[in-house]
Design a protein around this ligand. Structure first.
Ligand SMILES: [Zn+2]
Length: 65
């Protein structure tokens, strides 16, 4: 099952979309280049048992959510 997530770039603040594969109770991390400023955004996606998604974004300066 794939799900689209949206997030704001931690560098330029523009809205980005990407698709993630949902695995129950697991988290995944990947790097997605911003579509606007092309900088690499580290994204950690966490799923709970009900399929809800929470996202943690990381940039060079540390954490943002
Ligand atoms: Zn950006």
């Amino acid at each position: 099952m794939e799900n689209e997530i949206e997030f704001n770039c931690p560098y330029c603040g523009e809205l980005n979309y990407t698709e993630v594969f949902i695995a129950d109770g697991r988290s995944q991390e990947f790097i997605n280049d911003c579509e606007v400023c092309c900088r690499p955004i580290e994204i950690q996606v966490n799923f709970d048992n009900e399929g809800n998604i929470s996202i943690v974004l990381k940039n060079d300066d540390g954490f943002q959510s």
